[in-house]
Design a protein around this ligand. Sequence first.
Ligand code: 9MG
Length: 298
Amino acid sequence: MFWQTTRYSIDLTCPRVMGIVNVTPDSFSDGGRHADLSAALNHCERLLRDGAHILDIGGESTRPGAAPVSLEEELTRVVPLVREAVRLGVPVSVDTFKPAVMQAVLDLGADIINDIRALGQPGALEVVSGHPSCGLCLMHMHRDPATMQMLPMQGDVVPSVRAFLSLAAARAMSAGVARGRIVLDPGIGFGKTVAQNFSLLARQAELLAEGFPLLVGWSRKSSLGAVTATQGVAPEAASRLAASVSAAVLAVDRGAAVVRVHDVRETVQALAIWGAMREQVASEIHLSIAKKDQETLG
Ligand code: 9MG
């Protein structure tokens, strides 16, 4: 299976690691715009050295309770970095739900639009369907970042997340977006309880039944912290490395094609171990089929 994007057709037969590049004041800012840009670009280059296959650049925090960012501010944060990042030789995704930001980054050659609102903003569908080939990640979110954790979803979320994503993909396709451009994302942590997030992991197969590749983002999320706290781990997001890597491997083992992560190096290493195990399983199946064929023939 391939993910069609603006410049790249991404082979998803092996798992892909999307490195997170947040261009928010708490990430690279040291006061000057120029210094911020070069620090952000250094971060992109570091993620690539660590083995990232895709970069995901975002200018607005999506953390629960995060303050919204104006269009002008988001453009100021994201556009200069995207202009440089498209020269790095890997697919560049931009995490935005604003149609004007989508248009601006697509005009610069961005490859993927990662939309936490699944093209729900007026005008978003028109921007991406007006583009000949950009990739899309359509994510499920309950309510919005300001309120989603105050009133999370109720009950079994898997069927409703699945139905939402199926509808979002159908809407994009009816507007002319080719199926191969679309990847779906259950939106771990976006208006779901800890148990609901783990249920989306345990039952990824139900989401995969829609027939689209899945992208998942568990990295440093509070549901992981809720579990590791029971082991006495400090509550800070930075203490969730082992938990984040474990969740990424579990997601891939359950069929996720792309994992969105902060800790690229560690995730790539862990997935190499997973890959070695998978190759061994495949070769043992191959051997046992060859043996059965021999017995039948002979
Ligand atoms: C921007 N952002 C934050 N968390 C995310 C997740 O889980 N998936 C996607 N696609 N984007 C996310």
